[in-house]
Design a protein around this ligand. Sequence first.
Ligand code: NAI
Ligand SMILES: O=C(O)C1=N[C@H](C(=O)O)C[C@H](O)C1
Length: 265
Amino acid sequence: MAINIILAGPRGRMGYEAVQMITNEESFRLVACLDHKHDGLTLGELEQFRDDLQVPIYTDFDTCLKQHQADVFVDLTIPEVGYKHTKTALQYKVRPVVGTTGFTDEQLSELKELAKEQKRGCIIAPNFAIGAILMMKFSKMAAKYFPDVEIIEKHHDQKLDAPSGTAKKTAELIQDVRESKKQGHPNEEETLPGARGADMNGMRIHSMRLPGLVAHQEVIFGGAGQTLTISHDSMNRASFMDGIKECVNQVMDLEELVYGLENLL
Ligand SMILES: NC(=O)C1=CN([C@@H]2O[C@H](COP(=O)(O)OP(=O)(O)OC[C@H]3O[C@@H](n4cnc5c(N)ncnc54)[C@H](O)[C@@H]3O)[C@@H](O)[C@H]2O)C=CC1
Ligand SMILES: O=C(O)C1=N[C@H](C(=O)O)C[C@H](O)C1
């Protein structure tokens, strides 16, 4: 039996790629899309999609959920909207797979509680690329031996949230094995605010935004007389699609919220 999917954000960089992946996958069926425009049209009526994509577009999620029996809801939008969508999907007992980043810790806790109450699977994955998951895992391994670490994440200049979800997740994983420690000289001073980047329990995260970039991260560890750099580059958004596929399949068997694809691989 096919898995029926509703996708939010089909016209976005990730959404467009996800439409191609879902509609090319035999075991998936794209039953509807959610957008903030084009209510009542189908994807095929929009310029960027194939004419034969007879997938209806809704601007109101409640209406969409009442009209279509969906198993999984995929969100690739913006933080504020993605959070509201995820909550609504869970209230309708539809399983969310969320790639949207920038949720607060409070929002994540609230959604975790809701998924538990509703006994519905929900996956929130700051990064769907397998290479990025390995980069995070390797960083956690290295942090045991190198407590001094700085993260540099580099993204395209249309990204809304900083630091990236991946950088925050990496720092959280490192934090599991690293004691809180303020890095750099104890008396260091920023003569330009922000020069040392964001501070997460003494660990520093630097966010770079430039046209031409897609999604890249370096985790640099420093020790006596040596540095270790673990890096990952997504050259295009196809790099995230296998991860979304995996999450759509796995969320069907979950009854709680899982934050991070590293917990499922
Ligand atoms: N987890 C992962 O592996 C990845 C996550 N992302 C995240 O995915 C999200 C989307 O990224 P991009 O596609 O690059 O952004 P984008 O800006 O290209 O697309 C966002 C889409 O959201 C849509 N949108 C805005 N408000 C909406 C609403 N009320 N209802 C429905 N749709 C709405 C916009 O029309 C737009 O098409 C971001 O949060 C980004 O950080 C991006 C790449 C990989
Ligand atoms: O906005 C993006 O592009 C990306 N967002 C995710 C993040 O915030 O970590 C994943 C990837 O880095 C691409």
